[in-house]
Design a protein around this ligand. Structure first.
Ligand code: KG4
Ligand code: ZN
Length: 341
């Protein structure tokens, strides 16, 4: 079964064809990230306008790369929530028109479920025991969300913990901005951290209610204060050392909470998902910790960590099989729980 996946919830306009929820056929991403970088973050209206400009060509290219026409796909899957609403609506309305015109089923996909499905694309082996399939425990960390989720079945989730304030990616972006590093902050902080001392700055581990909840607002503020204090004293901020110290602290917090949840729930399989899953230090800490627990780790390939259409097509396959098919009244939503039914 071939699914066309369309994604437009943030600053990537993306389309892909995936076979049976696992096998990538084509994958096209157009992005307004360079333009967004001029402003130090995503300007929603710019994102929406670029989606409107890019979406037809992006979808056409995905079909062309797959050597397919729209008649050859079995369903059109689209991110309908959560995300920047003006951006989401571009993809939703395009997918509606396309599905209606071609007489194909329209499958609504939750963006974070899509991030989790990026792992199925990375580990498509057909035979157990190497095949990745639910149940497993997953940390989903993106620019807008940080969740620790039990993936109980392909379309069934139980949230164990979440951020009580900022998302992990948001904290990376804010810290990058404070340090004068370019947007998006995750890659630029990681790059700067390579030459820094992760123990130079003593940054706090915020206390938070809820055993598997996380909080990054205090950590972010600690970096901002440290930088401002240094500036007021006329001292130079040690950018690489601060980047490394921040990355170390946030990766430690995320890994510790995920591994505690894994130990308590006796998870046999652990996954990472979302843009922050590209972070090398986080991947290393989770790998090492899981080994000690005797749990298997599946990490998404770097090209599937950020927003893409393939992850939407992959999850779209399982949503379709689960009977999750929308009619033409489908709306976009800025927020929606991952375990919505
Ligand atoms: O999942 P994603 O591409 O978009 C959203 O759904 O938000 O995540 C984007 C976030 C950004 O905040 C970006 O700074 C962060 O993921 N990110 C990273 C890395 N690459 C991207 N954070 C830490 N380390 C990275 N290597
Ligand atoms: Zn995302």
């Amino acid at each position: 079964m071939y699914i066309l996946g369309i994604e437009s919830s943030c600053d990537e306009t993306a389309a892909a064809i995936v076979e049976d929820g696992k096998h990538l056929i084509s994958n096209v991403i157009s992005t307004s990230v360079k333009e967004q970088a001029l402003y130090g973050g995503v300007v929603p209206e710019i994102a929406s306008r670029r989606h409107a400009e890019y979406i037809s060509a992006t979808v056409q290219q995905a079909l062309q790369d797959a050597n397919m026409a729209i008649a050859d796909v079995d369903a059109v899957a689209v991110t309908f929530a959560p995300g920047l609403i003006g951006a989401v609506l571009v993809g939703v309305n395009f997918a509606k028109g396309l599905a209606y015109g071609a007489g194909k089923p329209l499958v609504p996909v939750h963006h974070l479920r899509g991030h989790i499905a990026a792992n199925y694309l990375t580990h498509p082996q057909l035979e157990p025991p190497s095949q990745l399939e639910p149940p497993f425990l997953c940390l989903v960390a993106s620019g807008g969300h940080s969740h620790i989720v039990q993936v109980e079945d392909w379309c069934k989730y139980h949230v164990l913990g979440r951020t009580v304030d900022d998302a992990a990616g948001e904290a990376f972006d804010k810290v990058a901005r404070t340090l004068g590093l370019p947007y998006p902050g995750g890659p630029s902080v990681s790059q700067a951290a390579k030459t820094g001392d992760p123990h130079y700055y003593k940054l706090p581990t915020p206390h938070v209610e809820g055993k598997y909840n996380v909080s990054f607002s205090g950590l972010k503020t600690a970096v901002v204060n440290e930088v401002h204090n240094a500036q007021q004293r006329g001292e130079e901020v040690r950018v690489a050392d601060m980047a490394a110290s921040f990355q170390e602290r946030i990766a430690q917090i995320l890994a510790k909470k995920l591994l505690a949840a894994a130990a308590d729930t006796n998870a046999k399989t652990i996954c990472l998902a979302g843009g922050v899953a590209a972070n090398g230090r986080l991947r290393q800490l989770v790998n090492d910790g899981a080994q000690k627990l005797g749990a298997k780790v599946y990490l998404p390939e770097l090209k599937y960590c950020g927003d893409n259409g393939a992850m939407i097509a992959a999850q779209g396959y399982y949503e379709f099989k689960d009977g999750n098919i929308a009619d033409l009244t489908l709306n976009g939503l800025p927020t929606l729980a991952i375990d919505y039914r």
